[in-house]
Design a protein around this ligand. Structure first.
Ligand SMILES: [Zn+2]
Length: 521
C-alpha cells in the first residue's frame, strides 16, 4: 500500500504552478492525482483544474497508480515523455532504467535484485522509501501502460497485446485492466483487433528536439545492419539474426522517423507467427535510448547555460541530444576500433569485421581468429577479450555503479577514454565528461583558453549531471567551424553530402562530429 513520499516545498510550488499553467516542459516529470475523481493526469491535460486542495503530486505514473488513481483517458499518461530519474543516483534509479531499457528481461523483482546485487527485501525497502510503492506495483503499472498504448495505437488482438506487454495470460491482462480502468481491454479500445505483420508506435519526447542532428550523428556511425536515410529522415535496423524469410521480404525489423507532434514513430515488423511480439517493449526501450527521448532540454539548458562560454552554444542548439546505441556491445567494439582512426575509417573497419565474422555479436567475433580481424593485432586482442568477458557474463553493460567501468579498464587496450565513451554512449549515462578527447580539447583551447585535463574537469564539474551534453556541444562546435571553412560557399548541411563522399575525403574534411575520438594506448 502506498505511503506518499513528501515533496520539498520548492518542488511542490513549482509543480503546482506548472499544473495550473499546463506547462509542457513538465510533461512526464510529474503527474497529478485528483482526489475527488480518483483520476490522475499529465500537466498538459485539458480538463478543468480542480480545487488546489484536492490534488496530489506523483513523480511518475506508476506511483499514482500504486496509490489507486486511474489513468486519465483524455491525456493518456502512458504517452507522456519519459523522465530521467532525478532524485537519486542509487539502486532505485538504476532499477527504473533497467525496467525501461529491457522490460522483458526485468519482469520480476528477483531479476532486478540479481542484477543490482541486492536482496529483494533491500530493493523493496529502497523503493518504498524513495517512491512510496513496491517494486511489484511499478512492474505491473509499466506493463499496463505498454498494453494500453498497444491497444490504442495498433490493431493487434487483445491476446497479442497481452503477449507483447508481458502478461502471462489474457486472463491476467483482462483482470488488471478491469481493476485499473474499470473496463475490459476490448471495451476500453472500443474496437476489435486483428492480426498485423507490422505495427507503428509513438515515442514521445520533449521539445525542442533536433532530430536531424541525431540522425547526422548516427549516419556516420551506422552499424552494418543499420541505415540512415537523411533525405527521408529515417533510421532503420534489420536484426542480425533475422530469418532468411525476413531478409527475403526485404523488411527492416525496425524503422524510426520523426513526427511533427513531438514524438518519434517506431515501425516494427512482426514475424508471421508473432514470435517477435514479446520483443516489442525491448525494441521500444532501445529506440528510446538511441534517440535520447527522456532528455529534458530545459533542465540541460538550465545547467549548461550557467557557464557563460557554453551558454551561446546551448542557445544555438537547444534541441541537441546525446545519441545512444542499439547494442551496447557493438558500441563498445566501435569505441575500441576507433581509438586511433577517424570515425569514417572506423565504420569501414567495423563493416569488414562484421563481414568476416558473420555479425558483430560477441559469439560471432570470437568465432574468427585474431589475424582475421582487419586491424592491428593488439586491438583485435582487446576486442576478443571484451567479447569473451561479455559471453562469460564477466562484463555486463547493465551493471550498477562503477562495476562496468572497472571491468572495462581491466582489459588490456581499454583506457579511461574508451571506458567513459562506453558509459556515455553505450549505456547512455549523461553524467560523463570526456576531458581527454581530442575534439573536446581542441575546442576547449579556443573557447576557454586551456585544455589541460585537470582544469577541464574542474570546469566540467559545474556541468554535472550533463557533462555528456557539453561534450556533444563541443564536438558539434568544432565540426561546424571546420565545415564552415571547408564549405564556405555551399550548403551548410554537409551531412547530406557525407554519404556520397569518399572515405578519403571524409577524413580530410572535418565532417560533423568528426573530432570525436581519443586515443587510449
Ligand atoms: Zn487528464
Amino acid at each position: 500500500m502506498m505511503t506518499t513520499v513528501p515533496l520539498d516545498k520548492a518542488t511542490e510550488h513549482a509543480w503546482r504552478q506548472a499544473w495550473q499553467s499546463r506547462d509542457a516542459h513538465y510533461d512526464g516529470r510529474f503527474f497529478v492525482g485528483v482526489v475527488t475523481t480518483g483520476i490522475f493526469c499529465r500537466t498538459v491535460c485539458r480538463v478543468r483544474r480542480p480545487n488546489a486542495d484536492n490534488v496530489r503530486f506523483f513523480e511518475n505514473a506508476s506511483g499514482a497508480m500504486a496509490s489507486g488513481f486511474r489513468p486519465c483517458l483524455h491525456c493518456q499518461p502512458e504517452l507522456a515523455p519519459g523522465a530521467r530519474w532525478q532524485r537519486s543516483a542509487g539502486i532505485v534509479a538504476h532499477a527504473l532504467r533497467l525496467m525501461e531499457s529491457s522490460p522483458s528481461e526485468y519482469r520480476s523483482v528477483s531479476a532486478l535484485a540479481n542484477t543490482l546485487s541486492v536482496s529483494r527485501r533491500h530493493l523493496g525497502r529502497a523503493f518504498r522509501q524513495e517512491l512510496g510503492s513496491s517494486v511489484q506495483e511499478f512492474l505491473q503499472s509499466r506493463r499496463l501502460m505498454i498494453a494500453k498504448q498497444l491497444l490504442d495505437e495498433t490493431t493487434l488482438t487483445v491476446t497479442d497485446v497481452a503477449i507483447a506487454a508481458g502478461y502471462g495470460s489474457v486472463r491476467r491482462f483482462n483482470a488488471h485492466c478491469l481493476e485499473v480502468y474499470g473496463r475490459s481491454p476490448t471495451v476500453l479500445r472500443g474496437k476489435v483487433g486483428q492480426a498485423a505483420d507490422e505495427i507503428t508506435l509513438s515515442i514521445p519526447y520533449r521539445q525542442p528536439y533536433d532530430f536531424e542532428s541525431v540522425l547526422a550523428y548516427l549516419a556516420i556511425r551506422s552499424m552494418p545492419n543499420e541505415q540512415v536515410n537523411l533525405e527521408k529522415g529515417s533510421w532503420s535496423r534489420t536484426e542480425q539474426q533475422a530469418s532468411p524469410d525476413d531478409l527475403q521480404h526485404g523488411s527492416s525489423a525496425l524503422q524510426v522517423t520523426n513526427d511533427s507532434s513531438s514524438c518519434l514513430r517506431c515501425q516494427i515488423s512482426l514475424s508471421e507467427d508473432n514470435s517477435r511480439l514479446a520483443a516489442v517493449p525491448d525494441l521500444m526501450g532501445r529506440v528510446r535510448r538511441i534517440f535520447d527521448v527522456n532528455a529534458d532540454p530545459s533542465d540541460i539548458k538550465r545547467v549548461l547555460s550557467q557557464d557563460d562560454v557554453l551558454a551561446p552554444l546551448v542557445q544555438e542548439m537547444p534541441g541537441l541530444r546525446l545519441p545512444g546505441a542499439f547494442s551496447p556491445f557493438e558500441c563498445a567494439v566501435r569505441a575500441i576500433v576507433g581509438q586511433q582512426i577517424s570515425v569514417a575509417a572506423a565504420t569501414t573497419v567495423i563493416r569488414a569485421m562484421a563481414d568476416k565474422a558473420g555479425g558483430l555479436s560477441p559469439m560471432a567475433l570470437l568465432s574468427i581468429n585474431e589475424e582475421d580481424f582487419p586491424m592491428p593485432s593488439a586491438r583485435a586482442r582487446t576486442i576478443r577479450s571484451l567479447a569473451k568477458q561479455v559471453c562469460e557474463g564477466e562484463i555486463r553493460f547493465d551493471a550498477v555503479g562503477d562495476i562496468l567501468r572497472e571491468g572495462l579498464l581491466a582489459i588490456r587496450g581499454i583506457g579511461p577514454w574508451t571506458a567513459d565513451y562506453v558509459a556515455m554512449r553505450a549505456v547512455s549515462n549523461p553524467d560523463v565528461f570526456l576531458a581527454t578527447d581530442l575534439g573536446v580539447k581542441k575546442r576547449a583551447r579556443r573557447l576557454f583558453g586551456f585544455d589541460g585535463e585537470v582544469a577541464l574537469r574542474a570546469r566540467a564539474d559545474a556541468w554535472r549531471p550533463y557533462g555528456g551534453y557539453a561534450v556533444m556541444h563541443l564536438w558539434l562546435n568544432v565540426s561546424q567551424e571546420a565545415s564552415m571553412k571547408a564549405n564556405a560557399d555551399t550548403n551548410p548541411k554537409i551531412e547530406n553530402k557525407i554519404e556520397a563522399q569518399s572515405e578519403k575525403n571524409l577524413r580530410e574534411q572535418k565532417s560533423k562530429y568528426e573530432q570525436e575520438g581519443r586515443k587510449d594506448e
